[in-house]
Write a protein of this length. Structure first.
Length: 329
């Protein structure tokens, strides 16, 4: 089987459960399948335990290719069969009196029904991502990071005017958390990857109770290793927030992760992992209740519902403090 995802990081991470469904099915038929991962996210597929480091190629006549539309177009020539993962496609499933609204569950259960066989997977269907030693983490540790309460704020976003909580608000949340816990905090502001290499920039001016460092241009493969060292991750509705929810240390531990949802369903666009939480606007909650998409269903919302500024730092900080207290961090 060949795995080929070439599109968005977040869509790819939430579709890992579809790969898991196919490998579970193939494993029931005979010997475990040979899985080759290609494209920009091959390393993440390997870290999820869904492909091996030994990327053995199969003849075209024996290949099943699974991926998003760009990946299928790039890699499916001559394949025996293709499976396209389209996040608009899989419906919300209900079984045994429980709804399964998150995308990983949708993909897994949709393929289970398509294959016509009960597969061994259970909730949560999204696989976790294994960490490795990291030179970036070692450099931050040498500089005194991860010694106390460490918070990551993910400022990266694909739509800044609609889905960005902003660095200033993330900083205020960290200040309020530190003040509530009566303990100084460290805040890593994680920006997007723009191809210029990793850049670390100290925040300008003094901050109450918080030491702030901006990190930009960090590849996702490095952030998998960084996020589990944090005590809390708060992020925009973006792929790096999903990444933080899936990343795990060797002991299986990971931080509580809070995603901030403005436009899309907070239940659908989540990993389904128990440490992955959501804070949402009224519009996002309406999308959740009706299982709707503002793009697919051509919904024109009230402008007042669009931005995350309706989620105040004070409210978000109180939720985060509760999560930290509950996680023992």
């Amino acid at each position: 089987m060949k795995v080929a995802f070439h599109g968005k990081l977040g869509d790819t991470l939430l579709a890992l459960s579809a790969i898991r469904a196919l490998t579970d099915w193939a494993g029931l038929q005979s010997t475990p399948p040979l899985v080759r991962a290609t494209g920009p996210y091959a390393d993440l597929v390997i870290r999820a335990g869904l492909a091996t480091e030994n990327q053995t190629a199969l003849p075209d006549s024996q290949r099943v290719v699974i991926g998003d539309r760009p990946g299928i177009e790039a890699a499916a020539t001559g394949a025996a069969a293709t499976v396209v993962c389209d996040p608009a496609g899989p419906p919300c499933w209900s079984a045994d009196g429980k709804a399964h609204p998150d995308l990983p569950a949708r993909y897994y259960l949709a393929l289970e029904r398509r294959l016509g066989i009960r597969l061994p997977g259970t909730t949560p269907f999204a696989p976790t991502l294994a960490t490795r030693s990291s030179s970036l983490v070692e450099q931050l540790q040498a500089a005194g990071w991860f010694t106390g309460l460490t918070i990551a704020g993910i400022t990266a976003t694909s739509w800044p005017e609609r889905k960005d909580y902003t660095a200033d608000r993330f900083t205020e949340v960290a200040e309020r958390i530190a003040e509530a816990r009566r303990f100084p905090a460290q805040l890593l502001l994680i920006g997007g990857q723009d191809g210029d290499g990793i850049r670390a920039t100290a925040a300008e001016g003094p901050r109450r109770f918080v030491n702030v460092l901006r990190l930009d241009g960090v590849p996702a493969a490095h952030l998998v290793d960084l996020f589990p060292h944090c005590d809390l991750v708060v992020g925009n509705d973006t792929g790096l927030t999903h990444l933080a929810a899936l990343a795990r240390r060797p002991d299986g531990a990971g931080p509580p992760v809070v995603g901030l949802y403005a436009r899309h369903s907070h239940s659908k666009w989540r990993s389904g992992r128990p440490n992955h939480h959501a804070v949402a606007t009224d519009l996002s909650d309406r999308m959740h209740q009706g299982d709707l998409c503002p793009v697919r269903d051509v919904i024109i919302p009230d402008p007042a519902d669009l931005h995350l500024e309706t989620l105040t730092p004070a409210t978000l900080a109180r939720l985060c403090v509760d999560l930290l207290d509950g996680s023992g961090r």
